[in-house]
Design a protein around this ligand. Structure first.
Ligand SMILES: Cc1ncc(COP(=O)(O)O)c(C=O)c1O
Length: 373
């Protein structure tokens, strides 16, 4: 005799936040109706060409009938270690302290699960943050607290603390003292610190530091993970290319689970990543493009009466008119400009909008003209 399930299956998606972008349909329609077309600054999706050196490497590796390695090729791991040292002054990493991921969103969404966290564990997420930190904690069934300072945690010891400097959405940079404090505190308690360093190469008015930098870690990477995306600095969002680096013991544990789960970066993408990590020239050019767009857009927003807060680094301007963010969204949509409401990133964002620098020079110029008209 067959017995029916007594407990209906709960869809996994029911435990996740609603995908908020669907709520922008009305303002998007308004912005689209502008006679000179929409300037879409609502998402951070890169628009600039992929550097030829990277495309060539991808094409040259297209004959790849076998499975890729989960750990990444030795060349990829070496290139990542070297790039971290050259670009960000991170020393003391060995090749087994680096692991490629299928874009860092994938890693962030699964990190608590990969680390074996569950309902008894607490994950600390910045108060204004990239939504996937929370998604990852929910997928693991872990508890979540939004906090920017350790004192907010009280006596509770979390399993995992997220840092994101420069921040999405605010562009705020955490100083060396703050980073050292978190690292020291976490080290005493055996807490893993995952530092999302997606925008580390895009410092404007402040110099962002990696959690692995010797001035923060004193050369001891125990319990530390730095998450690096190639999506923004190399315009490789479409390739799905990133890596995690840090404590070799934690990286080995991630590798062991990812091997079983088939979380492998395709071989041609691994080859493209090697090319991207070895070549600093295209990365500097990309940075210069964003710097130029920021130089135009920031004063234009200010001249239109918006106050730009934080925004000292990264790919976004965190702006406010001192009113509910949906009103600012509507005001900008009237001018054909679409931005993201700050409330997407946490309850403290209700009066801000996030303005992305990821549009073509032509579209940025159109936005500037409309804002300064
Ligand atoms: C803070 C932050 N982390 C991670 C990501 C994910 O990047 P990717 O999955 O393209 O590596 C993003 C993307 O916008 C981001 O803003």
């Amino acid at each position: 005799m067959t017995t029916a399930r007594t407990k209906p299956r709960q869809p996994r998606s029911a435990s996740l936040p609603v995908f908020p972008w669907d709520t922008l349909a009305d303002v998007t329609a308004v912005a689209r109706s502008h006679p000179d077309g929409i300037v879409d600054l609502s998402v951070g999706t890169p628009v600039d060409p992929v550097a030829p050196v990277i495309r060539d490497a991808l094409a040259a590796a297209s004959f790849s009938p076998g499975y890729p390695t989960t750990a990444g090729t030795p060349d990829l791991r070496r290139s990542a270690v070297d790039a971290l040292e050259r670009r960000y002054g991170i020393t003391g990493l060995s090749e087994d302290a680096v692991l490629p991921v299928i874009g860092t969103k994938e890693l962030i969404a699964w990190l608590p699960t990969l680390l074996g966290l569950g309902p008894d564990d607490l994950v600390v997420v910045p108060e204004l943050a990239y939504p996937t930190y929370e998604v990852g904690a929910r997928l693991a069934g872990a508890q979540i607290v939004l906090a920017d300072s350790l004192t907010q945690l009280g006596p509770r010891t979390p399993a995992l603390v997220y840092l994101n400097s420069p921040s999405n959405p605010t562009g705020k940079v955490l100083g060396v003292d703050h980073l050292r404090k978190v690292v020291g505190w976490a080290r005493e308690r055996g807490v893993v610190v995952a530092s999302d360093e997606c925008y580390l190469g895009l410092g404007w008015d402040a110099e962002p530091l990696s959690v692995l930098h010797p001035s923060v870690s004193d050369g001891d990477h125990t319990g530390l993970l730095a998450i690096h995306s190639l999506s923004k600095t190399s315009s490789l969002a479409g390739y799905r290319a990133g890596f995690v680096a840090g404590d070799p013991a934690v990286v080995a544990e991630l590798l062991a689970v990812r091997k079983h789960a088939g979380m492998m970066v395709p071989t041609p993408v691994q080859a493209a990543m090697v090319a991207a990590l070895k070549d600093d020239e295209h990365e500097r050019e990309q940075r210069a493009r964003y710097a130029k767009r920021r130089e135009l857009l920031l004063p234009a927003l200010q001249s239109a009466g918006l106050t730009v807060d934080d925004s000292e680094a990264g790919l976004y301007l965190w702006a406010t008119r001192g009113e509910p963010c949906r009103d600012t969204l509507a005001w900008l949509a009237q001018r054909g400009i679409l931005v993201a409401p700050g409330e997407f990133y946490g309850p403290r964002g209700t009066k801000h909008v996030r303005v992305a620098l990821t549009a073509t020079d032509e579209r940025i110029a159109a936005a500037v003209e409309r804002l300064t008209a």
